[in-house]
Design a protein around this ligand. Structure first.
Ligand code: HEC
Ligand code: HEC
Length: 358
């Protein structure tokens, strides 16, 4: 079976691509021929086991092209481990009660999504993410999505060193350690058992990028089929240019952004409030007893001190979050520039101020 798909992505070429990935007994023969009129490539050995390209994982394709396997590489995902990992991520513990909760305060899904947050993994800008999230009703969260976490190469990047100091060092190159840091620091929970981390890794593998998630133009596909087998390093580089290898992180300040000529969007602000702030502050959640809602009182409270640059101003709380303290360990994670742009912060302010004055 070959993959035959039509991709319609804003700003990219819309095309019909028929691609085949052929694996032969003696190794790999990657054939990305563009096939006319539905005919199969003559180069394809008849006895080959063909796996539809869209179902291939990006990692597998890279490894077959000669890319070094990462430390967390898992040759085959184990369905039981995936299920257990998923239970830990969604509920903080196994449903059969055989382990204790990772954190009393949080579950991973409070801060991390489990789906792609963009229609093009090469563009995870907050603008693209917000647009896509509004279309698909995806929460707007401060943590990076778990979808494609398996494909990243470094963790706790950029300014997270400022927040966690030397703690980030062992996480920079090792996903295992990044999970542990998040369990203990970001989730304010316990260290996980090795088998628990392993289950999360298998779960991450189930959420790894597939070739069909990437957005290739026709000329990139042609380029790729030309390089495969001849210049694998170039083929690898081209595939890698279709998604981000790290989640960047830069911290903002409590200043109200000043952007010449920017007209804030009420609708964007509303979405950020509802799918971001209320994701944790809705009274239906027991993450915090600081409840917010679509009630006028919430908006009045949030705008009350907006000009004071103090603890409660929206820019301050959004950019710094709060810190866990002894006796009160639930804290609010910050939104970095990569999670929420300055324009989006203005959208949020505009929405809250408009509602407060209604
Ligand atoms: C209270 C919020 C919160 C909770 C709960 C939480 N995280 Fe995180 N996590 C974050 C933030 C914020 C970051 C740093 C930003 C980011 O995701 O890149 C982070 C980072 C990570 C990273 C590194 C991501 C990267 O690209 O640098 C991993 C892996 C991770 N978390 C796993 C987990 C797991 C597994 C759980 C559940 C056991 C969990 N997190 C629970 C907020 C949270
Ligand atoms: C991942 C969960 C999460 C998200 C998302 C979140 N908050 Fe929070 N927020 C918290 C927690 C936890 C606290 C700590 C409250 C407590 O002590 O119970 C907090 C505290 C606050 C406080 C009170 C600060 C203080 O000094 O007590 C404000 C105001 C606030 N958040 C506003 C917001 C706004 C506005 C947004 C959206 C931009 C937002 N929060 C998004 C979890 C979250």
């Amino acid at each position: 079976m070959c993959w035959q798909g039509e991709r319609e992505v804003t700003g990219r070429i819309k095309n019909i691509i028929i691609s085949c990935l052929v694996i032969t007994g003696c190794g790999l023969l990657l054939s990305l021929e563009r096939i006319q009129e539905g005919r199969f490539s003559a180069y394809m050995p008849p006895d080959s086991l063909q796996i539809p390209l869209k179902d291939q994982s990006v990692m597998d394709v890279l490894v077959k092209l000669g890319e070094e396997k990462p430390l967390h590489y898992i040759p085959e995902q184990n369905p039981d481990s995936v299920r257990m990992g998923k239970e830990i991520v969604y509920f903080g513990e196994l449903k059969d009660g055989s382990n204790s909760r990772i954190s009393k305060y949080f579950v991973c899904t409070d801060c991390h999504n489990q789906v792609l947050e963009t229609d093009d993994p090469a563009d995870e800008s907050p603008e693209r993410v917000l647009e896509y999230s509004m279309e698909k009703e995806i929460p707007f969260l401060p943590g990076a999505t778990f979808y494609s976490m398996y494909n990243k190469e470094h963790w706790y990047n950029g300014d997270y060193e400022k927040k966690y100091g030397d703690l980030v060092k062992p996480t920079r190159d090792t996903l295992y350690n990044a999970i542990q840091l998040c369990a203990t620091e970001c989730s304010q929970g316990r260290l996980m058992e090795p088998w628990e981390v392993r289950c999360i890794m298998h779960y991450y593998k189930s959420l790894e990028l597939k070739v069909s998630d990437l957005v290739f133009t026709t000329s990139e596909i042609n380029q790729l089929s030309f390089w495969v087998g001849k210049k694998n390093d170039k083929a690898i580089a081209l595939i890698k240019s279709q998604y981000n290898q790290i989640n960047e992180a830069h911290f903002g300040t409590s200043k109200i952004p000043k952007i010449e000529g920017y007209v804030p969007s009420f609708e964007n602000g509303k979405y950020i409030y509802q799918a971001g702030c209320l994701h944790c502050h809705s009274p239906a959640k027991d993450i915090t007893n600081f409840d917010l809602s679509m009630d006028i009182l919430s908006f009045k409270f949030l705008t009350r001190k907006v000009d004071n640059y103090n603890h409660y101003s929206i820019p301050h709380i959004t950019r710094y979050g709060t810190y866990a303290i002894v006796g009160r360990r639930q804290y609010m994670p910050m939104y970095t520039y990569e999670n929420m742009s300055e324009e989006q912060l203005l959208d949020l302010l505009h929405f809250v101020e408009t509602k407060a004055n209604e």
